[in-house]
Design a protein around this ligand. Structure first.
Ligand code: AP5
Ligand code: MG
Ligand code: ZN
Length: 212
């Protein structure tokens, strides 16, 4: 978990490649639905474009369906879910049903001032979902994805207006969820303002049961 631009996708992609587990990112799934023009995509488009949270019932159903797929049996990493208490409660009951308790909640902490420049300078690969940054994490070849060679684009919700809405939508909820998981002894706070490779090393340490 972490605010918009905290580095969830960047780190999640590396962790999942390392551990060989699926990366379950609700934002990526919604963007895929939107670009393939499915009924769900049409339903969620106004929320995504404006930067507002999609209603809980849709998001919970999306995740329940995804975790029911066979590749999730060996474990998975959730990115951007849960974001609300009803989502956290629904997740707990899904995991109970699967006999798979949550092992770690990684919270990437980044100050609000830093997030704006991360988001406005971000470039993403619509093909494989990788994120880059024009200054902080530039691709080797300008405008092209290092992983798959796809052409990088800006996300439609990385405009200053939508970024403002996203931060407002998530600030309080993120704190509430951090408390929720802290109370359950699962939260691992990670300093998300370090360089990408250092954040990754901190995450590996937390996953290996290192200091909290
Ligand atoms: P989602 O796609 O999850 O967007 P988000 O939460 O706003 O987060 P981002 O993906 O923007 O940021 P990130 O933390 O992944 O950062 P990244 O690694 O790219 O959700 C989109 C929308 O879908 C929501 O607004 C909502 O409408 C809907 N939605 C999704 N989940 C939902 C849910 N559970 N409930 C309801 N609605 C939901 O990094 C950002 C930039 O910073 C990049 O340019 C990167 O290169 C750079 N960077 C990363 N790490 C560092 C570092 N350590 N130092 C410097 N730069 C860095
Ligand atoms: Mg992301
Ligand atoms: Zn790519």
């Amino acid at each position: 978990m972490g605010l918009p631009g905290a580095g969830k996708g960047t780190q999640a992609m590396a962790i999942c490649e390392d551990l060989g587990i699926p990366h379950v990112a609700t934002g990526d799934m919604y963007r895929a639905a939107k670009s393939s023009g499915t009924e769900l995509g049409d339903q969620v488009k106004p929320y995504l474009d404006a930067g507002r949270l999609v209603p809980d019932d849709l998001t919970i159903a999306l995740v329940r369906d995804r975790l029911g797929q066979s590749d999730a049996r060996k474990g998975f990493l959730l990115d951007g879910f849960p974001r609300t208490l009803p989502q956290a409660e629904a997740l707990a009951s899904m995991l109970d049903g699967m006999g798979k308790p949550l092992t770690h909640v990684l919270y990437l902490e980044v100050r609000e001032e830093e997030l704006l420049s991360r988001l406005t300078g971000r470039r993403v690969c619509p093909n494989c979902g990788a994120s880059f940054h024009v200054a902080f994490n530039p691709p080797t070849r300008e405008g092209l994805c290092d992983r798959c060679g796809g052409t990088l684009v800006q996300r439609s919700d990385d405009t200053p207006e939508a970024v403002g809405v996203r931060l407002r939508e998530n600030l309080e909820r993120t704190k509430t969820l951090a408390d929720f998981y802290e109370d359950r002894g699962l939260l691992r706070r990670i300093d998300g303002e370090q360089p990408i490779a250092t954040v990754y090393a901190s995450i590996r340490e937390a996953l290996n049961g290192g200091e909290r």
